[in-house]
Design a protein around this ligand. Structure first.
Ligand code: NAD
Ligand code: KPL
Length: 303
């Protein structure tokens, strides 16, 4: 069965090249004719892994091509996901599998609302990749990807391809818990690294702020029916700060490089969920306001 990968960015390229190199049929869906031309000129996708450079000649097309889509990896940012799925909607087979590789929460439901019969799989990944040039990606951090379906616990057929392609993964019966936990980690760390302009390790200087946020995030998780995701949150946040002390968080990197953040699907989502639960979380709310003010000063989108 053919894979379509929408989004030839960091993770889309990492996935497309690993699937293609074991002989699985993969086609990329690119934004427009200009991107198709640039892709043809680049001669395919290049993956740099442990210093080895490999180029893969993968087929590419536009969203309005005519072939049906049976298996789609949606590998764009959370804020692009809903618009992207609408572009390929007419091509999706009624029993298609759609893998949603977005960070945070909110975009998955926005996509799933358009797909009454297709199966939406939610993914959470700790793999790391970045673009070093157009259509050239560096696999920067080994990690793991969890997949799950909040509506249906039975494992999907696509797992066999992930196995064949050596993509470290696990079928998760509680993918929402996993996404909530990662969202909470992100909320406790990433905005503060932006506001204090520091690496993750620099948050040791702001231990009280981190502790206060973890307290409120735990309350939120419990109130949202995610008690397991709330367990030992503060301890894990401190562990992540130590383990990634020398790194800049993804949000810090986005802001310093003038890129739009995924704030609405992370801290914004958390604050909206709290309000819906009538939960007063002043530290999280204040953090959101400070972060928005910071983005506004830099001319970056507030959502
Ligand atoms: P990216 O910005 O590198 O790639 C996204 C790509 O999607 C871009 O090339 C963009 O042009 C393309 N795109 C968007 N809308 C499109 C459309 N309608 N048609 C065609 N192409 C379209 O993003 P990324 O870093 O790969 O991140 C994807 C998701 O994975 C994000 O939610 C991110 O937070 C998450 N994530 C990334 C990493 C990482 O290391 N990069 C790690 C874990 C999670
Ligand atoms: O996920 C992260 C990110 O940078 O987005 C962690 C590892 C939690 C660091 O903030």
């Amino acid at each position: 069965m053919s894979w379509h990968v929408l989004g030839a960015g960091s993770l889309g390229t990492l996935w497309a090249t690993r699937l293609a190199r074991v002989g699985l049929p993969v086609r990329l869906i690119l934004r427009d004719r200009q991107r198709l031309t640039a892709f043809a000129q680049a001669g395919g996708l290049t993956l740099v892994e442990q210093g080895q450079v490999q180029r893969h000649a993968i087929g590419a097309e536009l969203a309005d091509a005519e072939t049906p889509i049976q298996r789609l990896l949606l590998a764009c940012k959370a804020y692009d996901a809903e618009a992207a799925i609408l572009e390929v909607l007419p091509r999706l087979q009624p029993d298609a599998e759609i893998l949603l590789l977005q960070n945070g929460l909110g975009s998955q439901d926005a996509v799933a609302r358009h797909l009454p019969t297709q199966r939406c799989l939610f993914l959470s990944s700790t793999e790391g990749a970045f673009r070093q040039a157009d259509f050239q990606v560096v696999f920067a951090g080994a990690g793991h990807t969890w997949l799950g379906d909040p509506q249906d616990a039975s494992p999907p057929a696509c797992l066999a391809d992930l196995q064949a392609a050596d993509i470290p993964h696990q079928w998760s019966p509680d993918i929402l818990g996993r996404l909530w936990r990662k969202l909470a980690l992100n909320c406790a760390l990433n905005p503060l690294t932006v506001l204090h302009d520091c690496r993750n390790g620099g948050l040791h200087e702001h231990a009280d702020e981190v502790a206060g946020l973890c307290q409120e995030l735990s309350e939120l998780l419990q109130q949202c029916g995610q008690a397991a995701a709330a367990e030992q949150l503060h301890e894990e946040v401190l562990r992540v700060i130590d383990a990634t002390a020398a790194n800049y968080s993804s949000m810090h990197q986005d802001v310093t490089q003038g890129r739009r953040t995924e704030i609405s699907y992370l801290l914004g989502y958390a604050c909206t969920a709290a309000r819906q639960q009538d939960l007063h979380l002043p530290r999280l709310e204040a953090l959101l306001q400070r972060l928005r003010a910071h983005l506004a000063k830099r001319g970056l989108p507030l959502d």
